[in-house]
Ligand binder design. Structure first.
Ligand code: HPA
Ligand code: ZN
Length: 326
């Protein structure tokens, strides 16, 4: 409808997107066949029907299993390119995707294979689709800080292809403070810093991400509402939250979209953005997330414009690079 057309044509950035989470079942089966691997599902429909999650860990188990089909540079290219084509269809003008190198190096897939495939697709995205991008490497927080240090070392030949380093995977029991030293090193290297915090974990993890890791954005962050002083800080300092509405309902962070707090956070003056997180698993790319929020919570045109502008402003682009999209 006309309303959806309006949301589509708004220039939007996506700031919270795991490339491995864009692996559609169809591509997963194609890559499994190409690489001579057997998947524990009879077909695409059987796989899709397994996407029923009670919490974050239920999802992560399938997400890491699915990523096992990614082996060659071309696999990483095809994954990234398919995502960029979806972005073009949704009116996404800029992306800052995450990837999880440890889930691949653990399977003996070299860092170079991952970077080459992903960056070649991102370059083509700029050339052929006009979509700009900046890449973010994420450490897996269920692994040790030592493993994160090793990963950072392995990525150093590719440093110029990275804008920032993030922190993802199972949040409970893996607080930001576990990674304070490695993010000190990330800071010394002049890279940006983001972290998942306050998705399933408590508001205190958001404080730790801000005060100990010195993050520039908080990924998810929706549990900030449990601490009024934190809410005030996020508003005062306009620290962006990369909120993922369909993810939050599919992983039962909120029981239903009608219970989601994103519009409440926006109305309080927080710099919130809408993102898709792992769209192949959660049932929708960026535009579908805007539509789901609009339908369940109501969103005026002015609020849609504000959310889209927030996404551009919260990006790692320079002010000159943001200007054409604002
Ligand atoms: N949270 C934590 N780790 C993740 C997520 C998420 O939403 N998606 C992919 N890895
Ligand atoms: Zn995420």
């Amino acid at each position: 409808d006309a309303d959806t057309g309006f949301l589509r044509t708004l220039p939007k950035a996506e700031l919270h997107l795991h490339l491995e989470g864009t692996l559609e079942p169809e591509l997963m089966f194609q890559l499994a066949e190409r690489n001579g691997l057997e998947l524990p599902y009879s077909d695409v429909d059987a796989l899709r029907s397994a996407y029923e999650f009670g919490n974050l860990q239920d999802f992560l188990d399938l997400y890491y299993q699915g990523a096992g089909v990614l082996q060659t540079e071309q696999d990483f290219y095809d994954l990234t390119w398919a995502y960029l084509e979806r972005c073009a269809a949704d009116g996404v003008v800029h992306v800052e995707p995450f990837f999880d190198p440890q889930t691949h190096t653990a399977r003996s897939i070299p860092m170079s294979t991952q970077f080459k495939g992903i960056t070649r697709a991102l370059n083509d995205g700029q050339e052929k689709l006009g979509i700009s991008s900046r890449l973010i490497l994420c450490f897996l927080r269920h692994l040790s800080e030592e493993d994160a240090f090793t990963t950072l070392q392995q990525a150093m030949p590719w440093r110029k292809h990275l804008v920032a380093v993030g922190l993802d995977s199972g949040e409970k029991g893996n607080p930001p403070e576990k990674f304070q030293r490695v993010f000190d090193e990330v800071h010394r290297l002049g890279l940006g810093i983001v972290a998942h915090a306050g998705e399933e974990g408590p508001a205190d993890y958001i404080w730790q991400a801000l005060n100990l890791l010195k993050v520039q954005r908080v990924d998810h962050g929706v549990r900030c509402v449990e601490d009024p002083a934190l809410v005030q800080k996020l508003i005062d300092e306009q620290i962006p939250l990369t909120v993922c509405p369909l993810s939050n309902t599919r992983l039962k962070v909120f029981g239903d979209m009608a219970e989601h707090n994103i519009m409440q956070l926006l109305e309080q003056g927080m710099c919130v953005t809408i993102n898709s997180d792992d769209p192949a698993y959660f049932g929708g790319y960026l535009l579908q997330n805007y539509i789901a929020v609009r339908d369940a919570l109501g969103m005026t045109e002015a609020q849609a414009i504000q959310l889209a502008r927030n996404s551009i402003n919260a990006s790692f682009l320079s002010e000159a690079e943001k200007a054409p999209h604002l």
